[in-house]
Design a protein around this ligand. Structure first.
Ligand SMILES: Cc1cc2nc3c(=O)[nH]c(=O)nc-3n(C[C@H](O)[C@H](O)[C@H](O)COP(=O)(O)OP(=O)(O)OC[C@H]3O[C@@H](n4cnc5c(N)ncnc54)[C@H](O)[C@@H]3O)c2cc1C
Length: 247
């Protein structure tokens, strides 16, 4: 993990970006400034860094989840992957000093929700990047980073801490098994296709998991993609016009 930024570390970012407009509308319709909290590490910034959190270290914040049901469902869909989630708001003039995150167990994901024109950037490991609305990226926050908003408008991003490796034991009935490099929960056929393309492009092995009742998952870490089929993939349809051959 030498690079400060990752664009595609976790397949779920595709789905996050597809839902961007819904997440944004929900935030601006449901959340008022009175509900923001100041970012607790006040020594890190001058002023104006606020947060509206839905999940903190895997504990859901009940009222916030009620206000934002679309995002709440999204977080629950990726329950094991998402450790912390909330909106991070930088007011005009906010400067966050260079610092490092407090754990190496997670990677940090930002989805641009409202990004003003002008000097409003993140710098990770010396590399400066500007957020873009509807686009996400992931970075290693154990690398020194800083941020600033020298514009006249708020900057809003959806911030998520993602478990670096997803534990597969949580998905098996007998509760054993190591980690997987990638874990994906497609909702639609096109998402499933994107995941298979992702695996194929990188020569990664993939494994289909259902409810995990008939699998024995190894304690050795799986360096591929585990695809959990649930939701619409649990439906079976019989088509009279499709013929099977053979015995
Ligand atoms: C305690 C216990 C009780 C059970 N009781 C019953 C019962 O009463 N009636 C009954 O019918 N069965 C029962 N079963 C069997 C079990 O429910 C079935 O075998 C079930 O269909 C397994 O599905 P799963 O989604 O858990 O598959 P998993 O355990 O996730 O996977 C099993 C295998 O199927 C593959 N697989 C899973 N989903 C797909 C998919 N969509 N496409 C392709 N491959 C896939 C996986 O790669 C893996 O090789 C029981 C099992 C246990 C352990």
């Amino acid at each position: 993990m030498e690079l400060p930024y990752f664009n595609e570390s976790v397949i779920f970012t595709n789905s996050l970006e597809e839902n961007h407009a819904l997440i944004k509308d929900e935030f601006f319709n449901a959340v008022t400034k009175e509900e923001y909290l100041e970012w607790p590490e006040s020594f890190l910034y001058n002023h104006g860094w606020n947060v509206f959190g839905l999940r903190f270290q895997h504990i859901d914040i009940f009222d916030a989840n009620l206000l934002c049901p679309i995002l709440s469902n999204f977080i629950k869909k990726y329950d094991n992957l998402i450790e912390t989630a909330g909106f991070s708001i930088l007011s005009p003039g906010t400067v966050i000093n260079p610092h490092v995150g407090f754990t190496s167990d997670v990677l940090r994901c930002h989805l641009g929700i409202k990004v003003p024109e002008g000097d409003c950037c993140l710098k990770v490991g010396g590399v400066v990047r500007k957020w873009k609305e509807g686009e996400s990226f992931i970075f290693d926050d154990t690398i020194e980073h800083e941020a600033w908003n020298r514009t006249n408008e708020d900057r809003v991003v959806l911030l998520m801490d993602l478990n670096k490796n997803v534990l597969l034991k949580d998905f098996s009935t007998i509760k054993i098994g190591g980690t997987t490099l990638y874990y994906a929960v497609p909702s639609t056929l096109s998402e499933l296709k994107a995941i298979l393309d992702f695996s194929g492009d990188r020569d990664l092995q993939f494994y289909i998991l259902g409810n995990g009742s008939n699998v024995l998952i190894s304690d050795e870490d799986f360096r591929g993609v585990v695809i959990k089929l649930s939701g619409t993939f649990r439906e079976i349809a019989f088509h009279a016009d499709v013929k099977c051959h053979g015995r």
